[in-house]
Ligand binder design. Structure first.
Ligand SMILES: C[S@@+](CC[C@H](N)C(=O)[O-])C[C@H]1O[C@@H](n2cnc3c(N)ncnc32)[C@H](O)[C@@H]1O
Length: 308
C-alpha cells in the first residue's frame, strides 16, 4: 500500500502543530539535558532532580523528543543521547546550543523579534527594535549574558565555514587582514592559522573583542563601524551579517594614508557600498543562501584594495 500524499490541510497543521518541537528543543537546551547525559544514560528521576524539574512532566517531554530522534530510551525511564541530541551539548565542537538559546529563549533577540513580525510587516522596521525599543546590538550591550551566547553562536556557526574560507583564497597575498564585525575572531584566527605570514586585526564592538581568545598574530580593536572602521589593513573581511552592513553606512578609515591609497585605486571594480573603488569580492563557500547582498551562510565579502 502506498502512503497518500499530505493534503494541504495536513501540511498547514504540521507546520502549526510542530511548534512543540522547537519549544521542547529550546527547553532541553535551557536545562542542558544533553550535557547531563554526556557520560551515559540517566534515569528521568535523576535528570529531574539535577534540573529541579517535575519528573513526570520532564518524562513526557523527553518521550516527545525521543519520537523525533532527539534522545533515546535504552530502558524504561532511562534516557541517553543520540547524534541529534549531541548537538545540544554546550561545550562540544559544532554545537547548536548557543544558537538555540539565542533563538528560542524568552528575551533573546531572535525570539522577541518574531513578536514584532506584524509591526515589521506594516512599517518595514525590525520587529525586535519595535518590541523592545532598542536594536539587538544595543540590547546586548546591557545584557552581557545574551552577548556571550550570541558570540558563542557565531563561533559555532563559523565552525563549518571558516576552514573553507581560509583555504579557498590565497590570503597570504595580504600582510595584514582585518575582519570587520569579526565577532570573537573565529574566522580570522582560522585564516591566520592557515597562512602563517599574515597578521590580523579583529574589529568589533569593544565588549565582543574582549571575549576573543588570544592569538599571537591577531590584534583586537574595539569600535563602532558606523563611527569609523579605525583600522588599516591590506584586506578587509566581512562575513555573515557583517557584510550586509557594507551598504548601510559603514565608515571606512579616514586616515590620510589610506585615503591616498584609495585615490590610486582604479575605479573599475567598485562594488556594493564600496566607497573607495576598491574591489569587492564575494565568495560563496557553502550553501545556497547568498542573497546578492553578501549575506548568507558561508558567504563572505572581502574588500581588497589593489596594490599601489
Ligand atoms: C552576524 S555577526 C557576524 C560575526 C562574524 N563576522 C562571523 O562571521 O562569525 C555581526 C557582528 O557585527 C558586530 N557589530 C554589530 N554592530 C557593530 C558596530 N556598530 N560596530 C562594530 N561591530 C558591530 C557584532 O558585534 C557581531 O559580532
Amino acid at each position: 500500500m502506498t502512503m497518500s500524499a499530505q493534503t494541504p490541510q495536513e501540511q498547514i497543521l504540521g507546520i502549526v502543530n510542530n511548534h512543540w518541537q522547537s519549544c521542547c528543543v529550546g527547553a532541553a537546551a535551557q536545562l542542558e539535558l544533553a550535557d547531563l547525559l554526556a557520560d551515559g544514560p540517566l534515569h528521568v528521576d535523576v535528570l529531574a532532580e539535577r534540573t529541579k524539574t517535575h519528573a513526570p512532566s520532564l518524562y513526557r517531554m523527553l518521550r516527545a523528543l525521543e519520537s523525533t530522534g532527539i534522545f533515546t530510551q535504552p530502558s524504561p525511564h532511562v534516557f541517553a543521547n543520540t547524534p541529534a541530541s549531541e548537538c545540544l551539548r554546550r561545550r562540544l565542537a559544532g554545537s547548536n546550543w548557543a544558537w538555540i538559546r539565542f533563538t528560542l529563549s524568552a528575551g533573546a533577540p531572535v525570539f522577541e523579534g518574531w513578536r514584532g513580525l506584524m509591526q515589521s510587516l506594516q512599517n518595514g522596521r525590525p520587529g525586535f527594535d519595535q518590541v523592545t525599543g532598542q536594536n539587538a546590538w544595543e540590547h546586548m550591550q546591557t545584557n552581557p549574558q545574551t552577548q556571550t551566547i550570541f558570540n558563542q553562536a557565531m563561533r559555532d556557526l563559523s565552525a563549518s565555514i571558516s576552514p573553507a574560507v581560509a583555504t579557498s583564497f590565497d590570503w597570504s597575498r595580504f600582510p595584514i587582514i582585518a575582519d570587520i564585525g569579526g565577532g570573537i575572531g573565529s574566522q580570522l584566527s582560522c585564516i591566520l592559522d592557515t597562512h602563517p605570514s599574515c597578521r590580523g586585526i579583529l574589529f568589533d564592538q569593544p565588549a565582543v573583542v574582549a571575549e576573543a581568545p588570544e592569538h599571537g598574530r591577531m590584534e583586537r580593536v574595539g569600535g563602532d563601524f558606523f563611527e569609523e572602521v579605525a583600522v588599516l589593513a591590506d584586506a578587509y573581511v566581512m562575513r555573515l551579517g557583517s557584510s550586509r552592513l557594507v551598504g548601510r553606512g559603514i565608515r571606512w578609515p579616514s586616515d590620510e594614508r589610506e585615503k591616498r591609497r584609495r585615490e590610486r585605486v582604479a575605479p573599475d571594480g567598485g562594488g556594493v557600498g564600496d566607497p573607495g573603488n576598491a574591489r569587492v569580492r564575494y565568495g560563496q563557500v557553502d550553501g545556497p543562501e547568498h542573497d546578492g547582498d553578501g549575506h548568507g551562510t558561508g558567504a563572505y565579502c572581502c574588500r581588497i584594495p589593489r596594490p599601489v
